[in-house]
Design a protein around this ligand. Structure first.
Ligand SMILES: NC(=O)c1ccc[n+]([C@@H]2O[C@H](COP(=O)([O-])OP(=O)(O)OC[C@H]3O[C@@H](n4cnc5c(N)ncnc54)[C@H](OP(=O)(O)O)[C@@H]3O)[C@@H](O)[C@H]2O)c1
Length: 314
């Protein structure tokens, strides 16, 4: 048996309960991971509130959490890339058997080795943010020399997008609040205040990760330019605004992809990608972790089992 935090029904954070449930068994192509650290993503809030229950219903009670860093315990038939004892990071599926548990099962295609010089805490910040950041840049189709405005560039996905733009020798320009412009310059190289509307558009490409300033991002982009947006639930008014400016608005949703995840891990190992940790909380504090993410934590909110020395497979 193992401890897991389970959402009892859709709603507020009082619906989380730490329960004792059977340790899952890995099937073909899957592996069992002892989760050392997991992370909370904004999408977990959407799932908890039941805002996706029509398209992605959870079988309740459900364990949330997609980002995890841990150690492989057992591998199922056909797993070739991993062995018990490997340190890994994984992008858990949204199937209600997520990472806020002592153990979890993932397809081997959703994991990559965690480099020795990257801690479990750092590792747990990487999967969703790293994948999404890279995939936004890929969706833009830009290469070396391209200048790209990135809103929310000091957020977790924004940082990953900025890092990948630098890796491919493109030129990121961070779009942040005025009091964070100096800090953003240190991270991205160039930065501007995204809270004011531009008088004239001066970018061909932009990445939108901050919902409140989506319109300004569109206004920064010239006719026939492209905005790749990751903020879910884009209002119709925003699509209409982009269309009226003849700016292409492309929606990107993160995809699990082992090859990209390996590149993310390598960027962390080289020191190029650093995602700050806002707080580390325990299983019993998952509700508090959701609140922090809802309010906009400056960095990743991580979750650890109550007391890793006391709990384990029983
Ligand atoms: N499509 C996908 O697959 C996918 C994947 C991951 C995330 N997402 C979505 O992407 C968004 C960002 O996620 P995240 O994890 O990167 O969140 P995050 O770390 O909280 O980053 C959000 C950033 O937006 C900035 N921001 C918020 N309000 C602002 C405002 N009024 N003016 C200027 N900047 C503002 C924040 O700046 P401050 O720090 O200064 O407040 C922060 O840097 C969320 O909506 C999330 O749901 C989508």
């Amino acid at each position: 048996m193992m401890k897991a935090v389970r959402l009892q029904s859709y709603g507020d954070v009082d619906q989380f309960l730490v329960e004792e449930i059977p340790v899952p068994e890995p099937g073909p192509g899957e592996m069992l991971i002892r989760v050392e650290v997991s992370a909370v993503n904004p999408f977990d809030i959407i799932l908890r509130r039941g805002l996706r229950q029509n398209v992605r219903p959870l079988s309740l009670p459900a364990t949330l959490g997609t980002d995890a860093a841990g150690v492989v315990v057992r591998v199922g038939p056909g797993v070739a890339r991993f062995r018990p004892g490997d340190r890994v990071i994984a992008d858990f599926p949204h199937n209600g058997r997520g990472a806020h548990a002592e153990f979890g099962v993932v397809p081997e295609t959703a994991a990559t080795l965690l480099p020795d010089n990257v801690s479990f805490e750092e590792g747990a910040t990487l999967p969703k943010a790293g994948l999404t950041g890279r995939q936004t840049v890929t969706a833009l189709g830009v290469g070396a020399g391209a200048t790209v405005l990135v809103s929310g560039a000091l957020g977790v996905v924004g940082r990953a997008a900025v890092q990948y733009l630098k890796e491919i020798h493109a030129v990121p320009v961070a779009g942040v609040r005025p009091d964070r412009v100096d800090e953003a310059r240190r991270v991205a190289g160039e930065a501007l205040d995204i809270t004011v509307a531009p008088t004239t558009p001066s970018f061909d490409y932009a990445i939108s990760t901050a919902a409140p300033v989506m319109q300004h991002v569109i206004d920064h982009v010239r006719k026939d330019g492209t905005v790749v947006n990751i903020v879910p639930e884009v209002p119709a008014s925003m699509s209409e605004h982009a269309a009226s400016k003849q700016v292409r608005l492309v929606q990107v949703r993160h995809r699990t992809d082992a090859e990209t995840l390996s590149a993310v891990a390598a960027a962390a190992a080289s020191g190029a990608l650093r995602i700050p940790v806002a707080r580390v909380l325990s299983f019993a504090e998952l509700g508090q972790a959701h609140r922090l993410v809802e309010e906009g934590a400056a960095g990743k909110v991580l979750i650890k089992p109550w007391d890793p020395s006391t709990f384990g497979i029983r």
